[in-house]
Design a binder for this molecule. Structure first.
Ligand SMILES: Nc1ncnc2c1ncn2[C@@H]1O[C@H](COP(=O)(O)OP(=O)(O)OP(=O)(O)O)[C@@H](O)[C@H]1O
Length: 243
């Protein structure tokens, strides 16, 4: 569904993404992880059309997204920190986004209901707590029923009940055949949600396989442990190459 072909991204002389090839399929959920500065946000921004790659191509549903914008309807995006017109109320923001999108299909209002967002429809955005803002962002990401969801630290700042509501929703959407990309520093969340791992290191794709396979290769049961094994192995190989 998403085909990333030989993507490079340079910021001046610095290469943030190096010759990246990746195929992401519907019905799978991908944990996108890597150390700080490894290129995760750059990759997400390329998929969203906010950063233009220096070379290479990205295709969604068989069509290049470069110089295109219509494909964005296929992506629901939950940012790490949602930025909204701060003087508008929650109800006004949701209404405005509905109007702009002029969506013809069925709206998915499940998260609006389960997070009870209607209760704070009259609150202005700047008065919301971090967790409330996250709930608005989550509800909007799923609202137009997109086949692809990109969720950047989706559970950060949510209370435990809301975390479970959102995790159930993500699992349900994956089961229904959507393609989900999740970044998170909470390994237990990724262990519950992701089927596959995409691990970036200094702009390189260091690992891409199923989490089941990673656990088998490392002999670890928990994802956090399996990833630290992967990183240790990589550091060891890097040291060997440098010595
Ligand atoms: N607009 C930019 N101009 C110059 N360098 C940039 C720009 N955007 C990103 N970079 C650099 O590209 C590299 C990758 O950054 P990116 O934000 O993609 O990392 P990340 O994996 O998302 O990190 P984190 O986990 O800290 O969010 C970093 O070294 C960063 O400084």
């Amino acid at each position: 569904m998403i085909s990333i072909e030989k993507i490079n991204k340079k910021f001046g002389k610095f290469q943030a993404i190096k010759d990246l090839n990746l195929r992401l399929e519907l019905g799978k959920s991908y944990a996108l992880i890597g150390p700080n500065g490894s290129g995760k946000t750059t990759l997400i921004k390329i998929l969203l059309g906010l950063v233009i790659p220096t070379s290479g191509d990205v295709q969604i549903g068989g069509e290049s997204i470069l110089q295109e914008w219509k494909y964005r309807e296929k992506i629901g995006y939950m940012p790490q920190i949602g930025r909204y017109p701060e003087n508008m109320t929650v109800g006004q923001v949701i209404g405005m986004i509905k109007n702009i999108r002029n969506h013809k299909g069925v709206m998915d209002e499940e998260l609006i209901k389960s997070f009870e967002l209607e209760k704070f429809y009259d609150k202005r955005m700047h008065t919301l707590s971090g967790g409330m803002r996250q709930k608005v962002s989550a509800a909007l990401a799923f609202f137009f029923n997109p086949p692809i969801l990109i969720l950047d630290e989706p559970t950060a700042g949510l209370d435990p009940v809301s975390v479970e509501i959102l995790k159930d929703k993500i699992k349900q959407e994956k089961e229904s055949g959507k393609l989900i990309i999740i970044t998170s520093h909470i390994m237990s969340d990724l262990d519950d949600l992701a089927t596959d791992l995409v691990y970036l290191f200094e702009g390189d794709l260091l690992y891409h396989d199923t989490i089941k396979q990673l656990k088998k290769e490392t002999g670890e049961i928990r994802l956090g442990k399996a990833i630290s094994c992967l990183i240790t192995q990589n550091n060891f190989v890097n040291q060997l190459i440098k010595s």
